[in-house]
Every structure is written in C-alpha cells, then in structure tokens.
Design a protein around this ligand. Structure first.
Ligand code: THU
Length: 162
C-alpha cells in the first residue's frame, strides 16, 4: 500500500488593501455583477469577474430557475460567456464573491464542484493557470494559484482516449 498526500498552497489576505489595482478592480466588478444576480429561490447572489489575457473583463452572476437544476452558477455564466465571445483568449484571473439576503457572508465562497470542473477545461485548453480570488461579503480574501489546486484528480480529455 502506498499512502500519498497532496499539498496545496494558497494565500489569505485580511482585506482588499493588500490586492493590486487589477485584482481590486476584478473583485469590485464581481461584487457589482452579484448585485444583478437572479436568485429569487436561494436569496444567495454570486458574482464572477474574469480577466482575459487580451485585457478584457467578462462578468457573470447566478441565474436561477423554478426548475432548480436548470439554473446556472455565476462562474459558469462568466466562463461560458468568455468562451463564446473570446474563444482564443486565456483566462488569467477570476474573482468570485457572494452575498445573502438572510445573513452576512464572512467566509470566502468555495466554488461548487461542477464549476471547478468547468473552469478546469479552460485551464487545460489554454495551458495557462487561472488564479482564483475569493471573498464573501466581508472578511478575508483567499487566493488560489490554479483550478487544478481546487480540483485534484480532475476529469481530463486523455481519459476519453484510453
Ligand atoms: N452558486 C454559484 O453561483 N456559484 C457557486 O460556486 C455555488 C453556488 C449559486 C447557485 C445558486 O443559484 C445559489 O448559489 C445557491 O446555491
């Protein structure tokens, strides 16, 4: 038996003043777009803003549906929009934030598994790490270096070819 352990490194910041201007802008845009989320069922609004390597920022928010599984998370709304409009551009950074109508979110959002898998596709496709900046409504900011760190053992295209 081989016992193997995995280690990931990430950074936590106490507040936005420790971010550079580009990162602050991205987080602000994620917050702004979260305010336009359509989340009447969960009352939980998520916003994502991603920076492409061509300098363009693409945003998205969660879009819920009365048939619950038909809705889509903010991250996928944003990355699919980027993929549709700028197919050749790599995603450099994605900022994701959230707020609830029922409580104050003090912890950084943790992207759901389906969004991690969806984001991993773009990291693999463009052979370029996507940096992830996460924050709740207030509180610490968590920065992770790549989607691969968030999703070890991700499903990859090679598995289709074996
Ligand atoms: N949600 C996101 O937009 N992103 C995530 O990573 C987790 C959850 C949305 C889906 C749903 O509209 C609401 O948050 C509550 O789950």
């Amino acid at each position: 038996m081989n016992k193997i352990s995995l280690k990931i490194e990430y950074v936590e910041l106490d507040n936005e003043s420790e971010l550079n201007e580009e990162e602050r802008t991205l987080l602000r845009k994620a917050r702004e777009i979260s305010n336009l989320a359509y989340a009447p069922y969960s009352n939980f609004s998520v916003g994502a803003a991603l920076l492409l390597d061509n300098g363009i920022i693409v945003t998205g928010n969660n879009q819920e549906n009365v048939a619950f599984p038909s809705g889509l998370c903010a991250e996928r709304v944003a990355i699919f929009s980027a993929g549709a409009n700028y197919p050749d551009a790599a995603i450099k950074t994605i900022a994701i934030t959230c707020k609830s109508k029922q409580f104050i979110v003090k912890e950084p959002l943790s992207p759901c598994g389906a969004c991690r898998q969806s984001m991993s596709e773009y990291e693999v496709r463009h052979k370029s790490h996507i940096r992830i900046i996460l924050q709740g409504e207030t509180g610490k900011i968590r920065i992770i270096n790549s989607i691969a760190d968030l999703l070890p053992f991700m499903f990859k295209a090679e598995e289709l070819k074996k």
